[in-house]
Design a protein. Structure first.
Length: 249
């Protein structure tokens, strides 16, 4: 299928996991694709995997000024934008008593502030129609221990889906989100845990998922393709749970 033929798409955090897989699926569906990322090594690896068919934009998703630079790069290369997948984010999980102000601010900067000002910077470039998809989390909906800050950042994004939908739909801009459950991505390897502790945490999480397994990046990417395409033209302000049933408990 070519559900995104002719569409210009930007994926933040597009160098690994869900973002990289979504870039692959967008390309298969006919889109022109740009991705952002911070790490030069992963940016180069993504370039190789995507066979030079994407616009690579080095960018720190936590910095407000960087979002304007991303918008400028999109305007120069594409002239406008039809799809935005806000995927870049961090997950730092620890008990309440272990948080400090710097770590708290970092999580909100990457997961909320940067995405908000990216959308603002891109407003003049959005076509009519445009689809914006935010990557939130099942942790915005459930009370999982050690996720107080992470869950709060993702809950803020779910709230933005509703408020921005009401504000932007008159411009032809649809805003929706996905809330993935545990997905097999490199994100879990960035939690700072030992190999044994990481395996223990993964097993504990998996035991709580009614489907009995972690999801895969392509299962999330397929949902993003739907929300990005005209097939979802009447879907506005919705949050799609893709969590193997975890959020129903």
């Amino acid at each position: 299928m070519h559900r995104l033929t002719g569409k210009r798409a930007l994926i933040t955090g597009g160098t690994s996991g869900i973002g990289l897989e979504t870039a692959k699926q967008f390309l298969k569906e006919g889109a022109r694709v740009a991705i952002t990322g911070r790490n030069p090594a992963t940016l180069e690896d993504a370039r190789k995997q995507l066979h030079q068919d994407v616009l690579i934009i080095p960018s720190d998703s936590s910095q407000v000024a960087a979002q304007k630079q991303v918008a400028e790069a999109i305007q120069t290369a594409f002239g406008g934008l039809d799809v935005l997948f806000v995927n870049a984010g961090i997950a730092e999980l620890k008990p309440v008593e272990q948080w400090d102000e710097a770590a708290f601010d970092r999580s909100f900067a990457v997961n909320v502030k940067g995405p908000y000002f990216l959308i603002q910077a891109l407003l003049p470039l959005f076509a009519n129609p445009t689809s914006i998809v935010l990557n939130t989390s099942v942790n915005a909906h459930i009370g999982m221990p050690n996720t107080s800050v992470y869950g709060a950042t993702k809950a803020a994004m779910v709230s933005l889906v509703r408020t921005l939908s009401g504000e932007l739909i008159s411009r032809g801009i649809r805003v929706n989100s996905i809330s993935p459950g545990p997905i097999s991505t490199p994100l879990y390897g960035k939690l700072g845990l030992s190999k044994d502790d990481l395996a223990s945490v993964a097993a504990s999480i998996q035991s709580k998922v009614p489907a009995g397994r972690f999801g895969t990046p392509v299962e999330i990417a397929n949902a993003v393709v739907f929300l990005a395409s005209d097939e979802s033209a009447f879907t506005v302000g919705s949050d799609l749970m893709i969590d193997g049933g975890l959020g129903n408990l």
